[in-house]
Design a binder for this molecule. Structure first.
Ligand SMILES: Cc1cc2nc3c(=O)[nH]c(=O)nc-3n(C[C@H](O)[C@H](O)[C@H](O)COP(=O)(O)OP(=O)(O)OC[C@H]3O[C@@H](n4cnc5c(N)ncnc54)[C@H](O)[C@@H]3O)c2cc1C
Length: 384
């Protein structure tokens, strides 16, 4: 791992110094930058060796994402979010589907996107209005997807919908991006993660072979895919928080305060000591969740174990805790800069906007509280 982490550090040092300004714009997706990450042999680092990838686990992914997010959270998000769709394919796709879809992610550094969210269904994806019909050995996918990251330039889309004949039967289907009927309606003007691309997408009678359907309930598969990406979203908060801490330290060294600098002030010391404790606990929770995930993934019956467990409590706890604690750190850090913290002159404002996503994407905190309550509090046997 040290070798890959070293390469990630080299990439970040060469490509992302002072990234806050150049990557904080929606002008163009910085695809050449992402291409160079692939050229460094790092693209989609979690793809198993059997499919031509590096086969790194989630614990190693935590290290990589922590490093990337320190420099730019949008870059980190773009580079890891394919784990959501690719892990669903890896666990629940046919051998042919895996062989077709996974090697290009590793070798060509391509992307995949997951299309769950809808305007009306919100987080209640059981109410999805995207339909999947069977017609003469093919599946016909039709619907409107509200938010989907990377879909404009992805190789393939993992679409969540329901059977056209039975709305209580959720399904997950792989739709190649170049399938006729796939339209990118717009790119969202997001307030943070602006080096990433999130799109509104229409699917108009997109025809794919029946074997493109992943095995199992579409909603369960989405839950399972979200385990990895939620842990890495949580890790993004760790990277952003570390960057905030370092900026606070730099600022405090030069900010005159009484007969010295802010660095010598006891109030500053207390805040930074608190911040360091919070970062340590955030990171520990990401690592613990990643270890649990890796232990399951290393089992020959991983797909079956995940089908039984669904959402891992450790993964949701990581996202909730890191989102909430990261937001607290963002408040302290931005105040540290006084009025400057409320301007675009200091990078802290960009980091605050980047931090906000952690508690929103892939389930807002209210939705996740509800999920933890029903899955891990109500059933007495699942309480810890
Ligand atoms: C930058 C970005 C990238 C994204 N990428 C993707 C992607 O790649 N693929 C994808 O499918 N989606 C993606 N999303 C969508 C994202 O996951 C959702 O926006 C997020 O999960 C929140 O869901 P929602 O927007 O449907 O809002 P909702 O969950 O519907 O929330 C709206 C309001 O309803 C409340 N609410 C909802 N349910 C409950 C409940 N059970 N209990 C109490 N209150 C509740 C919420 O607290 C909130 O106040 C992305 C979004 C963004 C901003």
């Amino acid at each position: 791992m040290t070798e890959q982490l070293e390469r990630v550090r080299e990439f970040a040092a060469a490509e992302l110094p002072g990234a806050h300004a150049s990557l904080d714009t929606l002008a163009e997706m910085p695809l050449p930058l992402y291409g160079r990450f692939g050229d460094a042999g790092l693209a989609n680092w979690w793809i198993p060796e059997a499919h031509g990838g590096l086969g790194l686990g989630l614990a190693e992914s935590v290290e990589i994402v922590n490093e990337l997010a320190y420099h730019d959270a949008g870059v980190a998000f773009t580079l890891f979010i394919s784990v959501l769709g690719s892990s669903m394919v890896e666990l629940y796709g046919t051998p042919e589907l895996k062989e077709r879809l996974l090697p290009p992610l590793a070798k060509r550094g391509t992307f995949c996107a997951t299309l769950g969210s809808e305007e009306r269904a919100g987080s209640e994806l059981g109410k999805s209005e995207t339909t999947i019909a069977r017609e003469g050995g093919e599946l016909v996918v039709t619907g409107e997807k509200y938010f989907s990251t990377n879909s404009a330039f992805a190789d393939f889309l993992v679409v969540i919908g329901v059977s056209a004949t039975d709305p209580t039967d959720p399904q997950a289907v792989v739709v190649p991006r170049d399938t006729p009927g796939v339209t990118i309606d717009k790119r969202w003007d997001v307030i943070g993660l602006r080096s990433s691309g999130t799109y509104r997408v229409s699917l108009d009678h997109c025809r794919v072979p029946e074997e493109n359907r992943l095995k199992g309930s579409g909603l369960r598969l989405l839950e399972i895919g979200l385990n990895a990406s939620r842990i890495l979203i949580a890790t993004t908060a760790v990277g952003i928080a570390r960057r905030m801490r370092d900026l606070c330290m730099e600022y405090a060294k030069s900010k005159p305060f009484r007969d010295s600098t802010l660095l010598a002030g006891p109030v500053f010391a207390a805040k930074l000591g608190q911040m360091e404790m919070q970062i340590a606990v955030m990171k520990n929770q990401c690592e613990a969740a990643a270890r649990e995930y890796d232990a399951i993934m290393s089992r020959p019956d991983a797909a079956g174990v995940f089908t039984r467990l669904g959402t891992l409590k450790s993964a949701v706890a990581a996202k909730m805790f890191c989102g909430q604690t990261g937001w607290e750190i963002a408040g302290v850090a931005s105040q540290m800069f006084g009025g400057l913290g409320y301007t675009h002159e200091s990078p802290i404002g960009k980091l605050v906007r980047d931090m906000r996503h952690v508690s929103i994407i892939e389930g807002g905190d209210d939705v996740l509280r509800d999920l933890v309550f029903s899955r891990y509090v109500v059933p007495v046997a699942r309480r810890t």
